[in-house]
Design a protein around this ligand. Structure first.
Ligand SMILES: [Zn+2]
Length: 118
């Protein structure tokens, strides 16, 4: 049975389970799959999370340990980009962004730095 490369359509020779003529075609095919999937929204979320981490890291490095939600948003923090969420007692909430924790208490957020999650 004759088979063609899934990327460039050139004729394949050799092993019958081959799908690509070379690694470049294989990589191109997988990159395209990732690009097509969800219109790149995973990438956007990942970027947001990295951006949030940068913001928290900068604030923490500057000695900021507590600030209002509006201040966080002023710095560009996006609440869509977190790595975890936990509800605590009395309406307290814990947001995770890698090694940084945001503890929401009323209208305030406390920044804590923990160990990097494994
Ligand atoms: Zn090819």
């Amino acid at each position: 049975m004759e088979k063609n490369c899934l990327t460039c359509q050139s004729k394949l020779t050799g092993r019958s389970d081959k799908k690509f003529c070379n690694d470049a075609c294989r990589n191109e095919y997988h990159n395209q799959l990732i690009r097509n999937r969800g219109g790149g929204s995973e990438k956007k979320v990942a970027d947001t999370i990295m951006q949030n981490r940068k913001i928290l890291s900068g604030l923490y490095a500057n000695g900021v340990r507590q600030l209002a939600k509006t201040d966080l948003e002023c710095y560009g923090f996006d609440f869509q980009g977190i790595t975890g969420l936990e509800f605590l007692e009395k309406g307290k909430m814990l947001l995770f962004c890698f090694e940084f924790n945001l503890v929401k208490n009323g209208g305030w957020f406390k920044i804590e730095k923990g160990p990097l999650p494994a």
